[in-house]
Design a binder for this molecule. Structure first.
Ligand SMILES: NC(=O)c1ccc[n+]([C@@H]2O[C@H](COP(=O)([O-])OP(=O)(O)OC[C@H]3O[C@@H](n4cnc5c(N)ncnc54)[C@H](O)[C@@H]3O)[C@@H](O)[C@H]2O)c1
Length: 415
């Protein structure tokens, strides 16, 4: 952790986020009474933000001993990390801007007491456990995974028969990806780009690679700011959806010379590569909001750079190509909403982290009975989180009458 003197500022930020996280707070209050995680050691590899701090405090209130490391070298809020150590009694291993070696050393430190439960965002922790810390695997009851890319990796592990303990795919809960991936990433990705560049989005051509949950959210919000949005996809259904949502869809080769800002959100590799950089306009801006920094082919961009790379502003690096055209890479190609902004708003993380906390409780209770594969969040948890969120927003909804219940579960009534 960087500096304990930052702790007071971290604490006020954690409190501010807490104000927007009423569902998680109600779980924390119950956990404090019931201690469902009593005696369990939990290793978490998550973006160390003020929202994550509230999750860590919830798990600790439930009786867990929590060790936390970062799930990305650029996403840590150092003041929050300091406050968690100083005020929360939680061991944190994370410094914003840490190099790759330190990043992995911190993962090992989060694991070194031998966890019973793991929480991951991108599956780096699980990957380290299965490659370098296999002796800890028998002690683990279960784990959770926060993001799409992590679920993809873990599902591959399960398919190959190498996943050594059950994982709950928190990302796949409806109260997670419908809101966090779409509205959270939608807003915070543009927030990161705007904070890094101060560009006026209105009138610009914004090319969005990937029209999944995150891409839809960013496209929707970019349009709201007045951008002309172009979508690139490899899935015909998603591309069709983008077109009927009113966006242009085309291959990246065609979009590359048109775009002013490019945003990758695919979970895939090298979506932007040398053939695209070479045709881009002077001053094109590249940002990634997908989980790993592989969506933009950074080694290719470095190879093409003819001059020394210039840092123009925090999180803006200028690459000058042989043609004299300049490309501005934001946040070193790491998720821009966490690198240059603060990640998702707390109100949306309230639901994601309520899923995390309730899934940890479920694993503590039932993990030993679960198969070593990737499991969905139990639907009852999903529905309960939606119900609580609506309640805290003061929104009431209808309930089925018994006549309607019979009608919807029967087949005899027709024309
Ligand atoms: N920045 C954040 O805070 C944040 C939040 C949630 C998820 N994520 C990450 O964002 C990424 C996307 O998540 P999602 O939930 O939207 O996933 P998703 O699976 O819903 O969408 C990904 C889309 O990308 C498309 N795609 C794949 N390869 C492509 C290519 N080469 N060109 C164009 N399109 C391509 C897929 O067809 C799919 O429609 C993942 O890495 C996820 O972990 C980031």
């Amino acid at each position: 952790m960087k500096d304990l003197d930052l702790a007071p500022r971290g604490r006020t930020r954690i409190d501010w986020a807490d104000g927007q996280m009423p569902v998680l707070r109600s779980i924390r209050e119950r956990f404090a009474r019931e201690k469902p995680l009593k005696g369990l050691r939990l290793a978490a590899c998550l973006h160390v933000t003020s929202e994550t701090a509230n999750l860590a405090l919830t798990l600790a209130a439930g009786g867990a001993t929590v060790r936390l490391c970062a799930s990305n070298p650029l996403s840590t809020q150092d003041d929050v990390a300091a406050s968690l150590v100083e005020h929360g009694g939680i061991d944190v291993f994370a410094i914003k801007g840490e190099d790759n070696e330190t990043y992995y050393r911190h993962i090992l430190q989060a694991l070194d007491r031998g966890p019973h439960l793991t929480m991951d965002d991108g599956a780096d922790l699980v990957s380290v456990l299965h490659s370098r810390q296999r002796e800890l695997l028998p002690g683990i009851i279960g784990g959770t995974e926060e993001t799409t890319t992590g679920v993809v990796r873990l599902t591959s592990m399960a398919k190959e028969g190498v996943l050594a303990y059950p994982i709950i795919a928190v990302n796949d809960a409806m109260t997670k990806h419908f809101f966090d991936n779409r509205y959270g990433t939608g807003q915070s990705t543009l927030d990161g780009i705007i904070r890094a560049t101060n560009l006026l989005i209105a009138g610009l051509k914004v090319v969005i690679a990937g029209y999944g949950w995150c891409g839809r959210g960013v496209a929707m919000r970019a349009r709201g700011l007045g951008a002309h949005v172009i979508v690139t996809e490899i899935d015909p259904v998603k591309a069709l959806e983008a077109v009927l949502d009113g966006f242009q869809a085309m291959p990246m080769d065609e979009a590359a010379p048109l775009g002013d800002i490019f945003i990758t959100l695919t979970g895939d590799k090298h979506v932007l590569g040398a053939q695209h950089f070479e045709t881009m306009k002077d001053g094109a801006v590249l940002a990634n909001s997908g989980h790993f920094n592989v969506e933009i082919d950074l080694p290719a961009l470095e190879r093409l750079a003819r001059k020394r790379i210039r840092r123009l502003r925090d999180y803006v690096d200028e690459y000058t190509l042989a043609s004299g055209r300049r490309i501005n890479l934001l946040g070193e190609g790491r998720l821009i909403n966490l690198a240059a902004a603060e990640g998702h708003p707390a109100a949306v993380m309230d639901m994601s982290f309520a899923n995390q906390a309730l899934s940890a409780e479920y694993l503590a209770r039932e993990g030993k009975e679960l198969k070593r594969t990737v499991h969905p969040v139990p639907p009852a948890i999903d529905r309960e989180i939606a119900r609580l969120k609506l309640q805290t927003m003061g929104v009431r909804i209808d309930t089925l009458t018994s006549e309607q219940q019979d009608y919807l579960s029967g087949w005899s009534e027709g024309t």
